[in-house]
Design a protein. Structure first.
Length: 153
């Protein structure tokens, strides 16, 4: 865990938050079973591509996502917490053989999470899907970058 994220967690931080942060630092295709240790069975997970309800469906979703990646790592850069809610600011680096010519892609994002009974029951991710996915596609990526460049003029 990065020092700045670790400094935001204290022994008084909720157990669900500490476990969540520690687990995301090591999550990979080899240990997706750890999802059960951080997510409530009734988890509602939302990201720019999907809305997933329930731990079994979340496991299937993550398994599908991670199985196509040769590398994926999250670094939690900052945490803001209040009661049973937290906002996490993170940097994700990943590699997919069909995206960005197989080179590493770095995306910054944030997550809003809620804890319930020592597990996360609500998780919503906010990130630039264009930077994460569309800009990494050979032809579509050039078009998206062109649109972004000319939209500001």
């Amino acid at each position: 865990m990065e020092n700045n994220a670790a400094s935001k967690l204290t022994p008084q931080s909720p157990i669900w938050l500490r476990t969540f942060v520690e687990t995301y630092q090591i999550l990979s295709t080899d240990n997706l079973n750890l999802l059960a240790s951080i997510y409530h069975t009734n988890i509602l997970f939302i990201d720019p591509m999907h809305k997933v309800e329930g731990l079994d469906e979340l496991y299937k979703y993550f398994n599908s996502l991670y199985s196509n990646l040769s590398r994926c790592q999250f670094v939690i850069d900052n945490i803001v917490t209040q009661g049973d809610e937290a906002a996490l600011y993170w940097t994700m680096t990943y590699q997919h053989h069909k995206l960005n010519k197989g080179d590493v892609v770095t995306v910054q994002g944030s997550s809003y999470i809620k804890g319930h009974n020592d597990k996360v029951i609500y998780h919503r991710d906010y990130l630039d899907l264009g930077a994460m996915l569309y800009e990494q596609l050979p032809l579509f990526g050039k078009l998206i970058k062109w649109i972004k460049k000319h939209a500001s003029k």
